[in-house]
Design a protein around this ligand. Structure first.
Ligand code: ADP
Ligand code: MG
Length: 295
């Protein structure tokens, strides 16, 4: 394509709400055949709410909300916000943790009111507390079967509660996935969340179960992209989180949600300004047109 055509292409992109880092990006955009979509904040709104608290025998719900809420208040993760907001709505105020640490892709840990507290995926508790008691095991499994994210709260060496958190699929995601398919691309879902939740979201937006990759730790997302590239695919990655930055950089084409974190936007080649996944399909169609390969 001529430089003029490329400039027209990038200008048209801006009108569509797509910011393109440089005209050369259009070439990799044109070649993409697989589009890997992050789940939380990309396919879903990322605005989660706390729906239920299931306590173990002998544990008070208020203690769960106070200790878990205090820790999560210090984290910016969408799950953490939901827990902190839910706890604040119930209790009015929360204590300040004595210690706090993020465990990427798993949850948070720290000390609140002298208790060592863990809040996150069941895997966060491995080696720290014994197996979940039966009533919590059941609560966790039924929450996940319903497509919700189940978070475990533990302190004093025991699992104390399961929290149910959920967010909604963006209203435009299903149409976006259909448009990507119409362009001959294979949409895939990639998430750190558990497989049952991922399958429920995939079904809702029209992604095949075989194309769902779940329970991936943040540092492993880029390796998944690499593996797909090793299969001969040309991969676009769409993401919003700090967690997605390495995968966005690894991909042949990185698309960042404009509503996402600065780390993602910096790592991406393109920014979808409005956080509308349909713009991913627009970008690929635009690149094909601009470079004269309309299909
Ligand atoms: P995604 O890949 O869908 O954007 P993440 O990799 O950020 O998700 O997180 C994966 C999972 O780890 C979450 O679904 C949640 O179960 C758990 N998790 C991460 N951070 C926290 C937190 N601060 N509190 C509780 N759970 C968390
Ligand atoms: Mg995300």
């Amino acid at each position: 394509a001529t430089p003029t055509a490329l400039l027209v292409g990038t200008g048209r992109g801006a009108q569509l709400g797509i910011l393109i880092k440089g005209p050369e990006v259009l070439e990799s955009t044109r070649r993409v055949d697989t589009v890997v979509l992050d789940k939380t904040g990309t396919v879903t709104t990322g605005r989660m709410t706390l729906l239920a608290v299931h306590t173990a025998a002998g544990t008070e719900e208020e203690d769960v909300l106070r200790l878990a809420g205090a820790l999560e208040h210090a984290s910016e993760h969408p799950v953490a916000r939901a827990v902190a907001e839910g706890a604040l709505a119930r209790l009015g105020s929360l204590p300040t943790p004595e210690e706090f640490a993020n465990v990427p892709g798993l949850g948070v840990r720290g000390v609140v009111e002298g208790h060592s507290v863990l809040v996150g995926r069941e895997r966060l508790l491995t080696g720290e507390v014994p197996e979940l008691p039966e009533e919590l095991r059941q609560a966790l499994e039924s929450a996940e079967a319903a497509g919700r994210t189940a978070i475990v709260v533990a302190w004093g060496g025991a699992a104390r509660a399961v929290l149910e958190v959920a967010d909604a699929v963006k209203p435009t995601s299903r149409e976006a996935v259909a448009r990507l398919r119409d362009l001959g691309l294979t949409p895939m879902l990639l998430t750190g969340d558990n497989r049952r939740v991922a399958l429920a979201v995939a079904a809702e937006v029209g992604i095949a179960a075989d194309d769902v990759i779940a329970e991936v730790l943040p540092q492993d997302k880029a390796d998944i992209v690499k593996r797909l590239q090793a299969e001969g695919r040309s991969v676009a990655m769409v993401g919003d989180g700090v967690n997605d930055a390495a995968a966005l950089a690894q991909a042949d084409l990185g698309l960042a949600m404009g509503t996402g974190t600065d780390a993602a936007i910096e790592a991406g080649d393109l920014t979808l300004v409005r956080g509308d996944l349909r713009a991913a399909a627009d970008a690929i169609r635009l690149a094909r047109r601009t470079l004269g390969t309309i299909r």
